[in-house]
Write a protein that binds this ligand. Structure first.
Ligand SMILES: [Zn+2]
Length: 238
């Protein structure tokens, strides 16, 4: 059953659809999914009850719809005209025809240049660009820091890998791994991530001593952790 409710999405300027799913449950519950409201209710719930329930939750519904749209807008997709959150600035992705394949940052533009570009090709170019940047920047810096801390021999290998949900990872066998997507973040954040993993070569835990060591190299680390929490969803792309 579909019904229109009195809520309008400000961005979409159209009534929001509401789907009612009846079952043998006892209570009413609301969900938001792909800009649609879903109400789960008992078999015998009347239309009046449903209207009241939705009416009472209008503000919540509006907030969630707005949040969902915002999240969709912020999700990184390598398409022309779309925004990319790069080094804490919002840039516009521009596709540029050219024989030479490269990525350029110019003013507010994130320019992907290539031959017969399309979204799939552009995505691969951006990936290669970030992997190159990561191997140029992260690997030597991690080694330098390890040397400074006297643990360079404990690092067996530094890997760059795009993982689902982690920025960095390491093992007691000395494998240190970084997600190259972090190259979209400001350098202070990248440096914090480098520090985070290399300090694990000294303390394989998140103990007080560990965080003291991180703080001695990266005094604002708490601020960077917060920043990552608030913004990291904008860096992931498939
Ligand atoms: Zn850790």
């Amino acid at each position: 059953m579909l019904l229109n409710i009195g809520v309008e999405s400000t961005q979409l300027r159209q009534p929001i659809q509401c789907e009612v799913l009846r079952s043998k449950r006892k209570t009413l519950a609301l969900y938001i999914k792909k800009q649609k409201v879903v109400v789960r209710c008992p078999w015998q719930a009347s239309n009046k009850e449903l209207d009241e329930f939705i009416g009472n939750n209008q503000d919540w519904i509006k907030d969630r719809l707005r949040e969902e749209l915002e999240l969709e807008r912020e999700t990184l997709k390598i398409e022309k005209g779309r925004k990319i959150f790069y080094r804490a600035r919002e840039l516009t992705i521009v596709f540029k025809e050219g024989r030479k394949e490269r990525v350029l940052i110019n003013g507010n533009k994130f320019i992907i240049q290539g031959y017969k570009l399309n979204a799939a090709k552009a995505r691969v170019q951006v990936e290669d660009y970030l992997i190159d940047k990561a191997s140029e920047y992260i690997i030597p810096r991690a080694r330098k820091l390890a040397k400074y801390l006297g643990v360079e021999k404990r690092i067996r290998e530094i890997k760059l890998r795009k993982t689902k949900s982690k920025w960095g990872h390491c093992t007691s066998q000395g494998i240190v791994q970084y997600n190259w997507l972090i190259m979209l973040a400001p350098y202070s954040i990248i440096d914090y991530m480098i520090t985070h993993e290399v300090c694990h070569m000294v303390h394989m835990d998140h103990s007080r001593q560990y965080w003291d060591l991180v703080g001695s190299i990266c005094p604002d680390y708490e601020h960077y952790i917060e920043w990552l929490k608030a913004h990291e969803h904008r860096f992931w792309f498939d």
